[in-house]
Design a protein around this ligand. Sequence first.
Ligand code: IPM
Ligand code: MG
Length: 362
Amino acid sequence: MSEKILVLPGDGIGPEVTREACRVLEIAAQRAGLKLEMEEALIGGASIDADGTPLADAVVAQARASRAVLLGAVGGPKWDALSVDTRPEKGLLRIRKELGLFANLRPATVFPALAGASTLRPEVVDGIDLLVVRELTGGIYFGEPRGRALVEGRREARNTMVYDEVEIDRITRVAFDSARRRRHHLTHVHKANVLEVSQLWMEVVDEVAKDYDDVELAHQLVDSCAMLLVRDPGRFDVIVTGNLFGDILSDEAAMITGSLGMLPSASLGEGGVGLYEPVHGSAPDIAGQDAANPLAAILSVAMMLEHTFEREDVAAQVRGAVTAVLAEGHRTGDLVLDGEERPTLGCVAMGDAVLRQLEKGA
Ligand code: IPM
Ligand code: MG
């Protein structure tokens, strides 16, 4: 039986990095004895240009009929003037919601060869291995009422942050389960000194914690968490938080590792389809120049192998190939520090290097 994979390259560097990731996926699938059937479809600005919508209903249906979705990135200056409801980003938000992908796993790991690429001191980032578990289908991103109005001649806009206990309970369990497979420590990030929503999170997280007495739980205010992430990131194992805080903190966590270009993500949920995408955006400034770093997309393939196909062994081979390529000294432009003299690889050449390593490890 073959497994359907839907590839949504999107905009900017999305198509370049997903092309390299697909090459890696093909080899890895052979390794795993998986027969894949890959299809490609449009999302984001590319879909707006072709079909007048950031995500067509037919593509949602295609995604539902797939085992996994591999996504590149969406957005770019061409579509910046559009309203929130018609922008490329809406395609991404819609596919998350339609597939019920409430759990977004964003690991931030420092590859030993890259400890020097972080803007933080090497001794602060050395050995960092943390996981942000971000709630992805609720909170202020989706709450109603929302929108703009003219009130007594003044422009006004509103968004609503809302969570119910079921949404909090299920993401908290994903985070505790992850902590159990790691270092048994979970930090819940909140703003309970101001927000009722966070107070409910505190209550529910404490209730769920009773089922996980082997995991140590800490509650941390979001502002001090932002501070601690740059002062002492080594204290964190798993972080669980809502949609908006998770969006912000996962970029911060990513930067600790030296480059946003290194970080993969998995979005999982109730329906059984997993969506895998690099954390970085569409980087329109370097799109089409073969200058992008495909490693986050390639590491997203490793997450697909682990979570959708439960082949941690082959996932480890992909991660091992990336580690080896970096250890050999290969870098894309984003991984080179200011003032550092070093030749860089393009996106395709970096993909080649990973494939070579993967084949060597066979
Ligand atoms: C992310 C991105 C998206 C988000 C944008 C592109 C809608 O920043 O995946 O972190 O805010 O979720
Ligand atoms: Mg973000």
